[in-house]
Write a protein that binds this ligand. Sequence first.
Ligand code: FCB
Length: 479
Amino acid sequence: MDRRSFLASSLALGGGALLARPASAARFPDGFLWGLATASYQVEGAWNEDGKGESIWDRFSHTVAKVKGGATGDIACDQYHLYPQDIAILKRLNQKSYRFSIAWSRIQPAGTGAPNQKGLDHYSRLVDALLEAGIRPFCTLYHWDLPQPLEDRGGWPSRDLAGYFADYAGILARNLGDRIAVWAPFNMPWSFTWLGYGVGVFPPGRASYNDFLKAAHTVNLAQGEAFRAIKAASSKATVGSAYGMEPVYPKTDSAADCAAAARFHAFHNLYFLDPAMHGEYPKAFDGETPYGAMGFRSGDEKIMKVPLDWLGVHYYCRLVVSDSSGGAPASASNRDPMSRMHVEVPNQGPRTDGGLELWPRGIYDLVMQLSRDYNHPIIEITETGGSYMDSPDANGRVADVRRIAFYREHLAELARAIADGAKVRAYHAWSLLDNFEWGHGYTQRFGLTYVDFQNQKRTVKDSGLWYARVAAANRVDAD
Ligand code: FCB
């Protein structure tokens, strides 16, 4: 089960509002960066080539019954070998930014120690080819594929990983920092710490609240340490983030529901942002922050605090939260921030084939809230997308009209936020390619390019062609 299925498991159904159509053309600021995103484990394949070590996703997917259909990322989209083709697609689609991630286990097969030159060479070639095509390389250091040997040494709950991660970040910045200026240490830290250690549906599959608290604290320390390591090695580096965020709405305007929604927003959206921006945890807990259980040491607030140069935000859906405590006070056994609230993925809007509600207005609300609460930071939309299963017709064309409507609606709302003062400078659609969708294996298709996994043939979908026109015109037309 992935993050969304997990959230959807506490679902309550609503009524049927239709999507609003944008009234007129939505223009974007000059120089706006149109982009596409992928992640190493989801597209690269070549899982054990050129000295790459095993990652926790290799171990998880090789373990029977963990991923739908027994699917693995062993081959995935074979981007490790086919990246020139993929960069040619980016160029053809007028893209100006490519957000990719580096597999730590290609750089340090055991997670520590001397770098593997073949791994560095691969990413060096990728970056050169992007620059050659006039595309900005946006590098995520960690999109969930921890080297398995580090999990064997305790995983993210072990504080040592903050230092190992900073070493890895320094290696990357020393070797690629002359060409990469945009770095995000983590992709969706809430998801891999909560789902991997707190709930156990992601690798390493642990279900322990205390492990989550410790893992999340290590990640906050690692975020700060990596920020400093990257900046120390590359004078042109800018360091931001790639947080998965969902705007949170209270179910009713009762004080209890509003308080629960505020706590969930703090827990889900701000748990890795406030430590960076303010050096402190947000008010995510019903009661005292459990510093002891986190392994918090005096001075950690300084390690965590790093003034991010820009905020990366993914938007997939909105969430509706209500209080479920019935007025009972928090006790030692129910302090888990999730235990006294009910979280719903509503379905007033239409649903994607992946089951998520379309709620374009949510991207406006989220971006405006961040702009207000964090003093108008520079924002990059690091992911937005929907799973639609359209496949090639008899002529080989993929007419994924619902995906075009999806992006048209979301981009209209984003343009509205920019017009209302939000400093958004980039948008990355998820994803360049259909790919390995974590626990769903290959049963979800998020790509603007169709991939035939039998022969690796890529076919740009109608949505990709549409997105290319948007990028060229820097404008979204109403139809
Ligand atoms: C995001 C992940 C990304 C992809 C999309 C559909 O949560 O960052 O890897 O799986 O969802």
